[in-house]
Ligand binder design. Structure first.
Ligand code: PEP
Ligand code: MG
Length: 540
């Protein structure tokens, strides 16, 4: 038996096979080829395999999600058969006498640039598609495989680290747990693990070897331990621990339907954070009073092109309707930093966390922002939707947002499209600047929601993605707590309400302090709703 320790990001015990996620190497080497005919043939075979895979995906998508959503795989097949695309690849192989991988990668880059430079938004979106199909061919040529396609039974996923875009692609019904070599507890992958309610361990280091793929494993998310080839004794102990955990969870069930109230009668709203419609089940199951943060950017991360107004409208409407009148706070897209989406065509930045992200993208590319706002104002007719804006640093930004909202409403009105006139508006408090001007900001909005993940990173100057800084990362730092207190006082002084939607809201050691600060709401992963309710009810 092999025992490896890491840092737990979500408790629970999982038992199953380990599968090591292999990230494909994106470094394409240019090598000289003597037999260009054979190389061209090698490419054609890879292309045929890719077309077959796409046909299979089309059939699966057709059955699972309908024709409109399956279409993308037909478009991808057509791209691979496109004569210009094929001619470019053949020409590079023959005239430069180089390997097929290099010819495919170069053609993909050239075509993507060409599409991106077109005026038409639809054609611009094809840039990501041509890269996507080319990646498929490159994977086949290099024999690379993430291993996930073979995942027939639920597995414990191991990886060096997982980007949010990779995590969202996993078939969640087949993930028993995560174990990663790197990563930090505030990364979006850790947040996803908590939302999905599955045991996860990060920061296991180099001891977590690729060779362990396929072997029996156990994740103990309580102690942050991974066992490979567990012996009988450990297996038995872990099975018992798992049973106990399930019993504990059953006990919490008894708190369903009960109020979030302290012994002295102070009440607080407990809402849940989601990233996807598929998380709604967990929200309802755990009896959350509403949705305090819907990270709408996951809609963009899951797509290969900008989600249309109709696509967004139907998702927001579904969430609002499912919550049946309970509050649903939808945050406008927070792309950038670790949440990268190819089709946004964002430049590489030296300091992405301090860069072009979130509201900064929305205010400089209003066409993207307006599409989302139109969908939100329309969907607000179907439930209790509030809109929240991320990464705010100034009153001017809020005023500019309001101007854009006024334009959106005017357009909808002129087009005769129904929308809700008065939607509650709030901002995230996740920059020290927003805390310092919170009194002025509170005059402009209905509510604040403190994003402690970013607020902590910007206050302590500690990259939330960098696991090497974990020893310096103090989520209970007095500076962070003082900022939350200051924002709360200023919100209340101007008649606005305030909650926390960052991970700190679920820190049960701080619940009492948050109650003392007079916070109105805490929004946490669905799995933390009942433990938090229990803690609140124990407080004086
Ligand atoms: C936060 O920063 O605390 C937050 C809730 O937003 P995200 O984690 O998505 O950046
Ligand atoms: Mg944030």
């Amino acid at each position: 038996m092999i025992t490896i320790s890491g840092k737990s990001v979500f408790g629970g015990v999982s038992i199953g096979k380990l599968l090591f996620y292999q990230r494909n190497s994106k470094v394409i080497k240019r090598t000289h080829i003597d037999d260009v005919d054979a190389e061209w043939k090698r490419f054609q075979e890879a292309k045929d395999t890719a077309v077959d895979q796409l046909k299979g995906l089309y059939e699966k998508a057709l059955a699972d999600v309908g024709e409109a959503n399956a279409m993308i795989f037909e478009i991808h097949q057509m791209m691979l058969e496109d004569l210009d695309y094929l001619e470019s690849i053949e020409n590079i192989i023959r005239t430069q006498e180089v390997n097929a991988e290099y010819a495919v990668a170069t053609t993909a880059d050239n075509f993507a640039q060409m599409f991106a430079a077109m005026d038409d938004a639809y054609m611009q979106g094809r840039a990501a598609d041509v890269k996507d199909v080319s990646e498929r061919v490159l994977d086949i040529l290099s024999g690379a495989d993430t291993g996930l396609k073979e995942m027939k039974e639920p597995c414990i996923i191991a990886a060096d680290d997982l980007a949010p875009s990779e995590t969202v692609q996993l078939d969640k019904s087949k993930v028993l747990g995560f174990a990663t070599q790197y990563g930090s507890s505030n990364s979006h992958t850790a947040i996803l693990a908590r939302t999905m309610n599955i045991p996860a361990i990060i920061g296991m280091g180099e001891e977590l070897l690729k060779e362990y793929s396929g072997r029996d494993a156990i994740i103990d998310g309580f102690t942050g331990t991974l066992y490979i080839d567990p012996d009988e004794e450990t297996l038995k102990a872990m099975q018992e621990k798992r049973e106990k955990d399930l019993e504990q969870k059953a006990l919490l069930e008894q708190l369903k339907g009960k109020e979030n109230v302290t012994k002295s009668g102070q009440k607080i709203n407990v809402y849940a954070n989601i990233g996807n419609v598929s998380d709604l089940g967990a929200v309802l199951k755990n009896d959350a009073g509403g949705i305090g943060l819907f990270r709408s950017e996951f809609l963009y991360l899951e797509n290969t092109d900008f989600p249309t107004e109709e696509q967004q409208f139907s998702v927001y409407k579904q969430v609002a309707e499912s919550m049946a009148g309970k509050k649903v706070i939808i945050r406008t897209l927070d792309i950038g930093a670790d949440k990268q989406v190819d089709y946004f065509g964002l430049d590489k930045e030296d300091n992405p966390a301090l860069g072009y992200r979130a509201i900064r993208i929305c205010l400089t590319r209003p066409e993207i922002f307006k599409t989302q706002l139109r969908a939100l104002y329309r969907a607000a007719m179907f439930g209790n939707i509030s809109i929240m804006f991320p990464m705010i640093i100034s009153v001017n930004e809020v005023l500019r947002i309001k101007e854009i909202i006024a334009e959106v409403k005017e357009e909808l009105k002129n087009e005769g499209i129904p929308y809700k006139e008065d939607v509650e508006l709030g901002i995230m408090i996740e920059t020290p600047a927003s805390v310092m001007v919170s009194r002025e900001l509170a005059k402009e909005v209905d509510f604040f929601s403190v994003g402690t993940n970013d607020l902590t990173q910007y206050t302590l100057a500690i990259d939330r993605q960098n696991s090497k800084l974990d020893e310096f990362y103090d989520p209970h730092h007095p500076a962070v707590l003082a900022m939350i207190k200051m924002a709360a006082e200023n919100a209340h002084a101007e008649g606005a309400w305030i909650g926390i939607c960052g991970e700190l809201g679920a820190d049960l050691e701080l619940t009492e302090e948050f109650l003392k600060m007079g916070l109105d709401e805490l929004s946490v992963s669905p799995s933390m709703v009942l433990p938090l309710r229990k803690r609140i009810r124990e407080c004086e």
